[in-house]
Each structure stands twice: as C-alpha cells, then as structure tokens.
Design a protein around this ligand. Structure first.
Ligand SMILES: Cc1cc2nc3c(=O)[nH]c(=O)nc-3n(C[C@H](O)[C@H](O)[C@H](O)COP(=O)(O)OP(=O)(O)OC[C@H]3O[C@@H](n4cnc5c(N)ncnc54)[C@H](O)[C@@H]3O)c2cc1C
Length: 385
C-alpha cells in the first residue's frame, strides 16, 4: 500500500494548485459578492483539462482515475469552492454523456470537455428530492422523437448551461436519461435562486413544456436512466466531498497563520493550549476525512462491490468535517472571521450546502445502513466458539 503521490499525480495537483492560486483565488470574493458566473474562467479551466478530468480520453477527456480527480478538485477548491463545485457537476454530466451516449452525442461530449459548452444535471423535482425515484417529468414518444414535460428544481448552472442531462419517466414507467439543449423550444427557467452560498453559479428551476428531443439523445436504453443517474452521483459525491476537503484545508491554513500572527494577553493565540488542541483536532479530522475520500475513490476506480457505500460514507463524513473545520477556523479568527474582508465566512456559507446536495447526509446514512445490514457486509469475520 502506497500513500505517496506518483510523478503524474504530483504534476496534476500542482497544475490545479497554480490555477487555484492565480486564477480562482484572486477573483473568488468578487464573484461571490457580485454573484458572477465566471464563464471565461471556465473555458480556461476547459483548456487546462479540468472540465473532463475523468471523461475517457477517446472523448477528449483526460481519463484520470477518480482518485486523481478528487485530488485535483481538492486543490481547485482551495481557490474557489463555488466555482470548483460547479466544475464537479459539469464533470459528472460530461462523464455521463461520454460514457453512456451514442455516436450522436460524441460531439457534445467533446464540446463539454473543452469548455466550449457547459452542462447541468436535472434530477431533483419540486416533489421529488431525496426520494428521487418518485420523479414525474414525463417522456412521451411522438414520431420517433421524445417530448419532455414537467419541471426540475434546484438545477445548478441552469440558464447558463448549454446541455442538460434530464432524468424522466417514460410511458412504460421506466426512468431514462436524455441530453437536452439548454435553449430548446418549450424549455424555460425560473428566477435565479437567492442562496446562502455558491454565489458564483446560478441555481434555477427548469420547466419543460413538450420539449422535443431526438431519440438519439437518450443515454443508453430505455430504463437505464436511474442507474446512470446514481452512477453519476457516486462520482459526484466524491467530487463534492473533495470540494469540502480543499476548502477546509485552506480555512485551516489561514487559521493557523492567524493564530501565529495575532496576539492577545501578551502572546500569540497559537501559544494558548486550548487553541493548539483545536488546530490539532481540525488537522486530524481533516486527514481522516481525506483518507476516507481517497479510499472511496480508489474503490470506485477498482469497481469494488462496496464502492457506492464508501462514496456515501466519504460524502457524509468529509462534508460534515469540512463544514466543522470551516466553522472552527472562523471562530479562531474571532470577529474578523465574521466580516467579508476575510474569506472565512464565505467558506462557511459555501460548504454548508455540501451536506444537502448530491443526496443529503441523512440519505448517505440510509445508503450506508443498507450496506451494513446487507449480507455482503464484513466478509472478513471471526466466528466465536
Ligand atoms: C444549491 C443547490 C444546488 C443543487 N443542485 C442540484 C442539481 O444541479 N441537480 C439536481 O438534480 N439537484 C440539485 N439540488 C437538489 C438537491 O440534490 C436536493 O435539495 C436534495 O437532494 C434534497 O432534496 P429536497 O431539497 O427536496 O429535501 P427533502 O428530500 O424534502 O428532505 C428534507 C429533509 O428530510 C430529510 N429526509 C428525507 N428523506 C429522509 C429519509 N428517508 N430518512 C431520513 N431523512 C430524510 C432530508 O435529509 C432533509 O434533511 C441542489 C440543491 C441545492 C440547495
């Protein structure tokens, strides 16, 4: 077992770190304040390969492993949580289209990888959130095409994205996935949601009124959609966990510096053992969360049977720890943590939603509990007596 980075991993992580340092970080506060969607920067990210990290190379992607991809997202999130989180959703959509789409969708996947086009993922509906399988958006076949009708809630990137992966129910009560043009006739967007965080990307509802989609834009066969949606989310959960870890690492780094620079009662804050222990716990929990995330990513790469359960464990644990570390870092900054001149309050706002989306952390526990109670759990077992 080797916990070190190989030369290729170190190079990718360094490229991501430099992009985070020079392109994302200098702009993150302004994007947050002005709610700017940085489309230009996203196309730059595409040129760097960050928009098709784990998309297969024969579709123009970089073809990285999930493990290498999460390490890249961790580094990017240190520069801007919200923009990196959008990149992770875009990566998930790109991977789904490249992996499950036919020849007719190949050029779309290529455009998404390069950043010429952007993607969005439409699963959640107003009445189907955690219970995603209860979705009612309908897909009806007319003259060989598909007509989509219904509405989706909370779509990240909606209104800006050029291509949407839409999960819908067909006439045979099967759930299928379709690739739909963002400006298709009959498609309309709700207002930009006013959110607590994630200000550099829009979130909107999407309404479909008999939106016509060619059958060649269906991913896989009829009835494959829910499986594809869940496979996409296994990776999506790792990615969002990586965004929490990267942000929390940056928060910890800043808190550490602040504790060494700021003096009270005649000595640096870092001299107070109570605060030293706080830093120690933050670093320890972050290391544990990162290792669980990397294990889950490795399991997904290796197609281990318990990979999905580990993706859920990692998502739950890393997003909880990530948020707690950001909160603790804000506390170590005292009043300065609460004002916008410093990024701590943004980290706190941006990481909060990671506990809610890509499946809430309660739903992650449902998935993990199902695994623990299944016959497949704990194959290595000692028998008493
Ligand atoms: C900023 C943002 C961006 C998003 N982006 C996207 C996107 O791009 N695409 C997309 O499809 N969706 C997106 N979502 C939607 C997100 O995935 C859902 O909000 C999430 O799955 C929860 O669904 P819900 O909001 O309907 O909550 P509900 O399902 O109504 O849940 C409410 C509460 O009940 C709990 N709960 C529900 N069922 C159970 C249960 N069985 N056991 C225990 N607790 C339970 C939940 O954990 C939660 O705490 C986004 C959401 C936000 C806020």
């Amino acid at each position: 077992m080797d916990f070190g980075l190989n030369a290729e991993q170190a190079a990718i992580q360094e490229a991501a770190r430099q992009f985070a340092q020079s392109v994302l970080m200098p702009n993150a506060a302004q994007w947050d304040e002005n709610e700017t969607f940085p489309r230009e920067v996203l196309s730059q990210a595409g040129q760097m390969g960050f928009l098709g990290l784990y998309t297969p190379q024969d579709h123009g992607g970089i073809g990285l492993s999930r493990l290498d991809s999460v390490m890249t997202f961790e580094a990017l999130a240190m520069g801007c949580t919200s923009t990196t989180a959008y990149m992770t959703i875009h990566n998930m959509v790109t991977w789904m289209i490249a992996s499950f789409g036919g020849e007719a969708l190949r050029s779309i996947a290529t455009e998404l990888v390069s950043g010429k086009a952007l993607g969005a993922y439409c699963l959640t509906e107003p009445e189907a959130g955690s219970d995603a399988a209860s979705l009612v958006t309908s897909a009806t076949v007319v003259d060989g095409d598909v007509l989509l009708s219904g509405s989706k809630a909370f779509t990240s990137g909606a209104g800006e994205a050029d291509w949407l992966v839409v999960i819908a129910r067909d006439e045979d009560d099967r759930i299928s996935a379709y690739v739909v043009e963002g400006k298709a006739q009959g498609l309309s967007y709700g207002r930009k949601e006013a959110k607590m965080g994630w200000h550099s990307q829009p979130t909107r509802s999407v309404t479909f009124e008999q939106v016509r989609v060619p059958m060649s834009h269906r991913l896989g066969q009829g009835g494959d959609g829910f499986r594809f949606a869940m496979q996409g989310l296994d990776g999506g959960r790792l990615n969002i966990a990586a965004c929490s870890i990267g942000t929390a690492q940056q928060a910890l780094n800043l808190a550490r510096d602040h504790c060494q620079q700021r003096a009270q009662f005649g000595q640096p804050l870092a001299q107070f053992q109570g605060l030293q222990f706080k830093l120690a716990d933050m670093a320890t929990e972050l290391a544990a969360a990162r290792q669980l995330l990397h294990l889950a990513a490795w399991k997904l790469d290796e197609k281990e049977p318990d990979a999905s359960a580990h993706c859920a464990m990692a998502k739950r644990f890393a997003t909880d720890v990530g948020f707690q570390v950001c909160d603790a870092a804000l506390q170590l900054f005292g009043g300065y943590g609460y004002i916008r001149e410093y990024p701590l309050e943004r980290y706190f706002r941006d990481t909060r939603v990671h506990q809610i989306l890509e499946g809430t952390n309660e739903i992650m526990r449902v998935i993990v509990a199902r695994h623990v109670l299944s016959e497949h759990y704990n194959a290595m077992r000692l028998t008493e007596g």
